[in-house]
Design a protein around this ligand. Sequence first.
Ligand code: OSB
Ligand code: MG
Length: 374
Amino acid sequence: MEINKIVLRKMNLELISPFQTSFGVQTDRDFMIVELHGDNHIGYGECVASAQPLYSEETVGTVELMLEEILIPALLNKENIQHPDELNELFKPFRRNNMAKAALEGAYWDLFAKENNIPLHEALGGTKSQIEVGISIGIQESLEDLLKIVEGFVNEGYKRIKLKIKPGNDLDILEGVRKRFPNIEMMADANSAYTLDDIELFKKMDTLNLMMIEQPLAHDDIIDHAKLQPEIKSSICLDESIHSLEDAKKAIELGSCKIINIKIGRVGGLTEAKRIHDFCESKGIPVWCGGMLESGIGRAHNIAITSLPNFTLPGDTAASSRYWHEDIISPEVTVDNGIIPLPSTPGIGYEPNIALMEKYTTGIKEIVPRKVLS
Ligand code: OSB
Ligand code: MG
C-alpha cells in the first residue's frame, strides 16, 4: 500500500457535560487524529491519549514525539507490508507507548479495509450485524442528580449502566441507584482508587447484584486483584492493568479477574485487541470494549472491534450526542434502544466531516515520505 502523506492533527472537542472519575474531571478532550493518505483513500486513526497522564502514562505530547521520531519512520522504512497485523510485529521492539502505536495502526487498518473495499469489521473477522452498548456515567454532585441521569439513559434503552466510584462516593450511591432501579444491568468502575484495605467495602457491594467491578485496585496491579477476587462474589473486570496479550494471560492465570475490558489504545492496536479477544474466548472469559471519550473516528474503530463474537458484554460505546455538540463524522454514531448497527461501507464506515475536522483542529503536521531516487 502506497503511503503518500501522513497527517498528524491535534484536535480539541468540548464535552457537553463534565466527566468525573476517581482520577479527575474532564470538561473537554485533547486528542490526535492520524491520517494515512494512500493513492485512492485516506485511513483514519484516533489516538486516545489525553492532555494529562492521569489514566495512563501517555499524553498527546508523548504520542506526537513517538509517532514522529520512532513509529512513522519505522512504518515508512518497512517495505512490502501485506497485512496490518504486521505493524504489531514492527512496533513490538519499541516498549509500551501503546496509544501512539494504536493510532497509527488503526489508520493503517482503515486504509487497508478501504483499499480492499470491505468494512473494517469484516477485515477484522467480525461476525455480528449489530452491537449492544451500555453507558458510562461520571461521578455527580448528588445522588439526586445521578438518579435523573441514570433514568434518562435507562429510558433511552442502554443495555447496562456503569457508575464511576471513588472513596467517599461509592456504596451509598450504588445502593441508591440499585434501590431505584432494582432490575437494571449495572456495574461500578473505580479507576484504581482502592487498596486491599477496602476489602470489606467490596464485600458489601456483593449484595447489589453488580455485573462486575472494574479496576478496583492499582492501575499496575494483578497480584492484589488476585487476592481480592476470591474474597468477593462480584466479578472483577480489569481495565488499566491490561496492556497486552501477555498481561491478559497472566491476569487470567492468576485469577485476578473474570472479565476483561479491551481498549484498542491501551493494548497497542486492533491486532493486539483481536489476540486478547481470541485468547479470552478460548478461556471462557467474556470481554467488552471500553471507551476513552472518543470522537467519532475512535468510536467507529470501537464499533468495528466489538463485532468479534466474544465481545458478549455491552461496551462503553455510547452515541456521539452523549459527548459532543457536533461530532467530526457523518453520520454521527446513534444508538437505538442500546443497539448500533454495523456500517456496511468500506473502512471505518463513517465519513470524516472535513469542515468540522478543520474547525476543531488546534495544530497540524504533515509528513511526506522522501522518495529514494535511484
Ligand atoms: O475507565 O473506562 C474508563 C473515560 C476516560 C478514561 C477512562 C475511562 C473512561 C470511561 C468513559 O469510563 C467511557 C466512554 O464513555 O468513552
Ligand atoms: Mg475503566
